[in-house]
Design a protein around this ligand. Structure first.
Ligand code: ADP
Ligand code: MG
Length: 324
């Protein structure tokens, strides 16, 4: 049976996952505290997310995928703030010391940590129902962080990448049927391996007026951004970048509905003054991430969706309806 000490030493303090001490990380795993140094002219951006078994992922989900997603969604919060990753901590509650599970978990974590240069510097390991809490720490130039509260009426609204594929994948996950290899691959990449838009976010920090990542769904999250900025918004539906698998697998209306209401894509939702459009599109091209303008911020507090004819529509799970 693995002791807590063995788990930490073998699986979490391993090279490639844990930090080498360097200028920024003065102490990693193994002491009472990790020590991070914040360079002059930078602020520390901090975010934390907890994933609980059967709430945020199914009990039988693969450990390496859960781990990858747990870190990636935290990194997405740094991206949305315009911060660059510095290090993360992990609070892991395990029902038992299942070594194969822990090994797979640490491998998934290592992949994501290496890919986005965010090493593990400490944590806590306890026994109990499976739960994973990750806290990320990032650096953002002082005063330059992207927030949800900076948008003004007249600002254009942009979204990175395409929308709806994670929600589409999640449907397969919830059906619990035998899955085709094609759908399994879609699920693994779309739901378990969201791409935190870190380069885009840090570049956008000097350009955009406000921003956030899309975790709950475009319309829900745009509603949050509007509330924080005291604005409304108008969305032009034909400009929504609906993810390709939805276009090929679903009727048009259902695909659009999933793209605007489905969560878990972790794309960035950004607003910018029209003068900044060129700079933002150039940044997107440089980062190799499509950027689409999908509408504009308005006075008032309503989030309105307009179809190709300029008619207001509202959404439910199956598609959309025109307002009568
Ligand atoms: P303490 O008793 O001081 O809280 P612990 O025995 O909990 O210390 O942890 C010992 C060291 O291992 C600390 O540096 C802690 O940050 C680290 N650690 C514990 N659990 C984890 C984990 N799951 N991932 C990374 N580091 C961990
Ligand atoms: Mg402890």
């Amino acid at each position: 049976m693995l002791s807590e000490f063995d788990i930490i030493q073998q699986y979490f303090a391993q090279p490639g996952l844990a930090a080498n001490t360097n200028e920024a990380i003065r102490k990693g795993i193994g002491d009472d505290c990790a020590l991070l140094s914040i360079p002059a002219g930078f602020e520390l951006a901090i975010s934390m997310d907890t994933l609980v078994e059967n709430v945020h992922f199914p009990a039988n989900a693969e450990a390496n995928l859960i781990a990858y997603r747990a870190l990636a969604v935290n990194l997405s919060d740094l991206a949305a703030t315009g911060a660059s990753p510095l290090a993360f901590t992990l609070a892991l509650t395990l029902p038992n010391a299942d070594e194969a599970w822990i090994r797979a978990f640490s491998e998934g974590l290592k992949q994501c940590a290496a890919e986005f240069s965010c090493p593990l510097v400490g944590g806590d390991t306890t026994r109990g129902p499976l739960s994973i809490t990750i806290q990320v720490h990032g650096l953002v130039p002082s005063g330059k962080a992207i927030t949800r509260s900076g948008a003004s009426p007249g600002d254009k609204i942009y979204v990175s990448g395409s929308l709806g594929v994670a929600a589409h994948a999640l449907r397969y996950l919830q059906e619990e049927q035998a899955m085709s290899p094609e759908n399994k691959a879609l699920l693994d990449t779309a739901f378990y391996r969201p791409i935190p838009r870190l380069t885009l976010g840090s570049g956008a920090a000097g350009i955009v007026s406000a921003g956030m990542d899309i975790s709950d769904g475009l319309l829900a999250d745009l509603g949050h951004l509007c509330r924080n900025s005291n604005t409304g918004a108008e969305i032009h539906l034909p400009t929504i970048p609906v993810a390709r698998p939805l276009k090929t697998h679903l009727p048009e209306q259902e695909a659009l509905a999933l793209a605007v209401t489905g969560g878990d894509d972790y794309e960035l939702l950004l607003t910018a003054h029209p003068d900044k459009e060129q700079a933002l599109l150039e940044l997107g091209a440089k980062c190799n991430v499509p950027i689409n303008c999908i509408g504009e911020m308005t006075a008032g507090d309503a989030v309105t969706c307009l179809d190709a004819q300029g008619k207001k529509v509202r959404f439910d799970q199956k598609g959309y309806q025109h307002f009568s």
